[in-house]
Design a protein around this ligand. Structure first.
Ligand code: PRP
Length: 189
């Protein structure tokens, strides 16, 4: 019998610990998909999944492959100024979606909710597009960081107020493709 082992990238000196391992993520994504399949079981038009670039791309890829309800995949890109200083929630649209959301149910897929500015902006934006409904699916929430209130429709995990990387999340584009979520050792300036 031949055995195949999975290569798990080891922690580097910059990473404090694994916060959520790949198996736990996979199980939770399956649970979220099951709930979404249940909730949208009777929709007539395909559900439009809108992944928020870049951080959501791995979560969205895993989630959509577990969906049995009809769906289409789309993306949007935004940037918000002043996040690092917590002083501004000025969100700017960098790249819009390609699908027309009119008369469709929209599910915004986000990797993380931090201040809430991004999701608050997207929620309000999609509600102006003639959508039937706008909900969100967020993998990670940092409740201690919220500045604006945002109602989460589907949530993967709460995480503490530490820098998190992996499974789509980066620090300066590093660690985005780790299969697990880890704490990055952030040194205060
Ligand atoms: C992150 C994350 C969310 C947003 C959440 O994106 O992917 O979109 O920040 O923060 P907020 O709740 O404070 O608005 P980021 O700007 O780091 O871009 P990226 O996804 O391309 O890495």
């Amino acid at each position: 019998m031949t055995r195949k082992s999975i290569a798990i990238p080891p922690l580097t000196d910059e990473l404090a610990c694994v916060l959520i391992d790949a198996e736990t993520i996979d199980r939770r994504v399956a649970e979220l998909a099951q709930q979404i399949n249940h909730d949208y079981a009777n929709i007539k038009e395909p559900l439009i999944l809108v992944g928020v670039l870049k951080g959501s791309f791995i979560f969205l890829a895993d989630l959509c492959r577990k969906l049995t309800v009809p769906h289409v995949v789309d993306f949007i890109s935004v940037s918000s100024y002043g996040k690092t200083t917590n002083t501004s929630g000025n969100v700017r649209l960098l790249m819009d979606t390609r699908e027309n959301q009119e008369n469709h149910h929209v599910l915004i897929v986000e990797d993380i909710l931090d201040s809430g500015y991004t999701l608050d902006y997207l929620d309000r934006n999609f509600k102006t597009r003639g959508t039937k409904s706008v909900k969100n699916c967020v993998l990670l929430d940092k409740p201690d960081r919220h500045v604006v209130p945002v109602e989460i429709s589907y949530l993967g995990f709460d995480v503490p107020d530490v820098w998190v990387v992996g499974y789509g999340l980066d620090v300066g584009e590093k660690y985005r493709t780790l299969p697990y979520i880890a704490e990055y050792k952030h040194e205060e300036a």
